[in-house]
Structures are given as C-alpha cells and as structure tokens.
Design a protein around this ligand. Structure first.
Ligand SMILES: Nc1ncnc2c1ncn2[C@@H]1O[C@H](COP(=O)(O)OP(=O)(O)O)[C@@H](O)[C@H]1O
Ligand SMILES: [Mg+2]
Length: 332
C-alpha cells in the first residue's frame, strides 16, 4: 500500500474549468471530475491507487485531494475496497484523521474519493537518522495515539499505520498536528457486507503486529505499529531487521535487542518501558488504548525534560543538597 513519499506543497495558481484540455482521458492533470474537481497533479502513487491534488471549482478553487484506485484490480474488489475506505473515513471525525468530503466516478467508471488536503509533509520525510527532537516526537506520537483511539471507538482499525501514512500539518506559530491518512486496508467493524476482501493485502511488515501477521488484527495492532513508529522516530532505527517475515515473528517474540535508550541515551527508563509495552507480543499486554500509550510516553519524556531544566537552572552541584523535609529522594 505504500507509495513514493511525495511532499504536499501549495500548488501553483489554479487553471479554470475552461482550460481543461483532456476530455475523455479518464484521469490525469487537467481533467474535471463531475464538473467540479479539477485535477492538477499527482501527489503519490502506490500499488493500488493514485492520489492527486485537485481544486474544488465550486468552492473558489479550494485545494482537495482526489484518490482513485488503479485499473488492474477486479472491479468488484475495487468497489469493496473503495467503500470500505470511504466508510472508515466517514465514521471518524477527528482533527487527527483526514476528512472525507465527497465521492464519485471517473469518466471511465472508476470510483474516487475526495479528501481534505493536508498542507504539510509526511512524517516519513521528517525522520532523522539521529532521531527527532524529544518533545516534538512525543507530541506527534500522543496526537497519533488520540486519533487512533477516536477511530477505534468507531470500530475502525487502520492496519497500515506507518510514517508514510501520517501527514504533519503545519498549524503555524511552531504548532503542528499529525493527521492519519490512507485507510485503504482499514477494518471497519459491523460494516455491511463480508470483510474477506480486507485480508487481500496485509500491511507493511516492519510495523505489523504479530497477530496481524497471523491474519487476526485487533485495535491493539495499531498500538503496536505506533510503538514501532515511536522507536523509529526517537532512535532513527527500526527495532527489528529481517529478510523474511518468519524471522520477524521470531524477533517480535523476543522483543527488540536494543532498548530505545541504548540508541538514544537521553531517553528515560520510563520512556523505554512505554515503548516496549506498546510493542508487547500479546495484544493484552499493551496499553488498553492507543492514546494511553501516547500520553504515557509524553509524560515520561516530559518528566525527563523537567529534570533536565532543573539541572540547567541550578547548575552542577558540587555537594548534593540533602533531602528537604517532605521531599523524597526521587523528586530531587
Ligand atoms: N489528504 C492528503 N493531503 C495531502 N497529501 C496527501 C493526502 N493524502 C495523500 N497524500 C499524499 O499522497 C501520498 C499517497 O497517499 P496514500 O493515501 O498514502 O495512498 P497510497 O495508497 O498510494 O499509499 C501520501 O504519502 C501523501 O504524500
Ligand atoms: Mg499510503
């Protein structure tokens, strides 16, 4: 389900519908869909679909994203997959989950989705070999956890959570919001119709929970994926290296050879514990909710920050102060 990680950028001035030069082409730049959405350019292309930046000509040319599935799947499968992604997105209303605005059909009969355009870049393109800034990573992970919990509360499991499927929206003033995209293989509980088609694609092995590798994804499988992402965002490394999924399953059971703080010494034992708990082999051993993980990790990282700030403020002490009345050793 992955595609090249193209960064979204503010587009050039919009052509008007009159400038459309390729009627009948089906899809591509210049095509006007349903007399409304004017395709400007491709943003990304995966194995299953193409994502375009487009303009809503009925809303002053507002930027939108049009997602169309590629031709080479069977029509029935495309239809089901499309409906599933549409339903998953329509169910979840949350600032951390991309909004769906409309749906329609291209000239050659392929269904398309219209999504809100997220101005920003993917989390994948933010990753750094030395790891992200601690506070920034903690903030993004908490936001993703909260968005996942909102989806889980509506019976939607993402199943393909990874940095390429998270956009980081620039809110200005140094603020940002993580927005989960690509619910292309999401499971939608109680959705009408059978769900056998969702098993057709598995997800992305590096982030996939053991039970999902066995074909039994649950809500906590997304928490596992977020745990792997946290490991990667903070250390710049993936927790496991493998050539075959069977090797991965074995390593997942053992747990990562190196805990996050082995690679990033400014991480506290509490941060290690939170990440490794999110990546527990058994779903029941993970956090009850994805947001619990995000909040716990942020607290662990924040606590460390407070201790660092205090040290910086008071400077190195030659003679440690004895505990004050009512103050425990740990609080120092
Ligand atoms: N709503 C959006 N706003 C801005 N860019 C988007 C949006 N949705 C997708 N993209 C861009 O298109 C790429 C592919 O989208 P995605 O939904 O992940 O499709 P695929 O199934 O091809 O992986 C993303 O990595 C991102 O760069
Ligand atoms: Mg994707």
């Amino acid at each position: 389900m992955d595609s090249q990680d193209h960064e979204s950028a503010v587009p050039d001035p919009i052509p008007t519908p009159e400038t459309v030069t390729m009627p009948g082409l089906g899809m591509g730049p210049g095509v006007l869909l349903d007399k409304r959405y004017l395709i400007e350019r491709e943003l990304g292309r995966g194995g299953f679909g193409v994502v375009y930046l487009a303009h809503d000509t009925q809303l002053h040319g507002r930027n939108v994203v049009v997602k169309v599935l590629l031709d080479h799947q069977s029509d029935q499968w495309i239809e089901k997959k499309f409906l599933q992604e549409c339903e998953a997105l329509a169910r979840v209303e949350h600032p951390g989950v991309v909004g769906v605005k409309d749906r329609g059909q291209t000239l050659n009969g392929k269904p398309y989705l219209v999504l809100e355009f997220v101005k920003g870049i993917t989390l994948r393109s933010l990753l750094k070999p030395s790891g992200l800034d601690l506070d920034r990573a903690a903030n993004l992970i908490r936001q993703i956890g909260q968005a996942l919990s909102a989806a889980h509360d509506q019976g939607v499991f993402h199943r393909d959570l990874k940095p390429a499927n998270v956009m980081v929206r620039d809110l200005g003033g140094g603020q940002e919001q993580a927005v989960i995209i690509d619910f292309g293989i999401a499971t939608v509980l109680d959705s009408s119709g059978d769900d056998s088609y969702v098993t057709k694609i598995a997800g992305s092995p590096g982030y996939m929970a053991p039970e999902q590798m066995h074909g039994k994804p649950v809500a906590a499988s997304d928490t596992y994926a977020l745990g792997v992402m946290a490991y990667q965002m903070l250390t710049g490394k993936m927790p496991f290296t493998f050539e075959h999924p069977a090797e991965l399953l074995f390593q997942q059971k053992e747990g990562p050879k190196r805990k996050p703080s082995d690679l990033r010494p400014d991480l506290s034992p509490a941060a290690d514990r939170a990440i490794l708990r999110a990546m527990a082999y058994e779903p029941a051993d993970r956090f009850p909710r994805a947001e619990d993980f995000g909040c716990e990790l942020e607290r662990a990282i924040g606590r460390l920050r407070v201790a660092e700030l205090q040290r910086a403020r008071h400077g190195p002490r030659m003679h440690p102060r004895p505990p004050q009345p009512g103050q425990t050793q740990q609080e120092l």
